[in-house]
Design a protein around this ligand. Structure first.
Ligand code: NAP
Ligand code: GLV
Length: 310
């Protein structure tokens, strides 16, 4: 029996070495070297050859190689019925994302870019900024990543709020939940950090209407998925002065086309989807654990609810 690595990334041999340490008796194959399709019991997947999954008659578990599964839920017609999908929840990914979001918040609030400009111009000048206690950072999504970001901002003195689907109780964080509380949540935000999963309910959640509900001059940080933002609406809101700017790790189309307007916008900073990378060393143990759980019929870790979409 075998595990098949279908990522499209060029680190298959590295994963193979690691998985051999955790599961020495399990053969690790790297797509497109499938061998006998009947051998494949577990698939590790990102974006590659999803349409092949139904050709593995003994497939018992699919594991996303990332935290997000929107691309898999969106292509669920390719996933064999009854085969569970799990995702990664990894402390390294959480700390990477936390650092990236905190960095984006601080860079904006503490005017890092302006001071860099001052430095170039040899201007020894102070910019007035509100104290953190007067700045509200609202986190959309209070799950593994959003919850960690919210907690990390507290000791820096920010007012922290959050929004999730179900009610949450996080010390020091004012928690909102459900569609009915979205407007109240947005109304208090000076900075909005998006860490929602991309689902039918959250696609385009940052649009002309919701952007207009935030405090004037609010700033957007998106570490989740590009399609959470209606990109032309964001540009219009920034151009009108309603929104101050944005830092986005993710875009609707990745990589961004060379003529994407984000490249040319002075108030938008883009990153090439690097906020939280999958680190094989830290993720391999949980994948091995889930393989053993699958074999023993024990409950799986980080199971995706396909109907909920995350
Ligand atoms: P998670 O643990 O599943 O948390 C998702 C949060 O969003 C939960 O608090 C959930 O509410 C909330 N939520 C979902 N649908 C909602 C809705 N309709 N209304 C209000 N709240 C809703 O996910 P995670 O591990 O934190 O990851 C979040 C996303 O980050 C991933 O899906 C992925 O797209 C993205 N990501 C990006 C990178 C990158 O490098 N840029 C890396 C990793 C992940 P409940 O708590 O009530 O369920
Ligand atoms: C990356 O974007 C992930 O979902 O892990």
């Amino acid at each position: 029996m075998a595990m098949l690595y279908m990522s499209g990334w060029e680190n298959g041999e590295h994963w193979k070495g690691l998985m051999r340490q955790h599961l020495p008796d399990v053969e690790f194959r790297i797509y497109p070297e499938i061998g006998d399709p009947a051998d494949i019991e577990m698939a590790l997947i990102w974006h590659v050859a999803l349409d092949q999954l139904k050709t593995f008659p003994n497939l018992k578990l699919i594991s996303s190689l990332g935290a997000g599964v929107d691309h898999l839920v969106g292509e669920r017609h390719h996933l064999p019925d009854g085969v569970p999908l799990t995702r990664l929840v990894d402390p390294s990914m959480t700390s990477q994302m936390t650092a990236w979001c905190v960095m984006a918040v601080l860079n904006h609030h503490r005017r890092w870019d302006d001071y860099r400009e001052f430095h170039r111009e040899r201007r020894y000048e102070e910019i007035d900024v509100a104290p953190p206690a007067d700045v509200t950072v609202g986190v959309l999504g209070l799950g593994e990543l959003g919850g960690s970001v919210a907690r990390a901002l507290l000791p820096m003195g920010y007012q922290v709020t959050g929004w999730s689907r179900s009610p949450k109780d996080i010390d020091g964080v004012q928690c909102f939940h459900g569609a009915a509380e979205l407007t109240a949540f947005l109304a208090g935000c000076d900075i909005v950090v998006c860490l929602l999963p991309l689902t039918d309910e959250t696609r385009g959640i940052l649009n002309a209407e919701t952007l207009s509900r935030m405090k004037p001059g609010a700033f957007i940080v998106n570490g989740a998925r590009g399609a959470h933002i209606v990109e032309p609406d964001l540009i219009a809101a920034i151009d009108s002065g309603r929104i101050a700017g944005a830092t986005v790790d993710v875009q609707v189309q990745e990589p961004m086309a060379p003529d994407h307007p984000f490249w040319f916008h002075p108030r938008i900073l883009t990153f090439p989807h690097v906020a939280a990378l999958t680190i094989a060393e830290t993720c391999a143990p949980q994948i091995a654990d889930n393989y053993r759980r699958m074999k023993d019929g024990r409950p799986l870790l980080n199971l995706v609810d396909m109907d909920r979409g995350y």
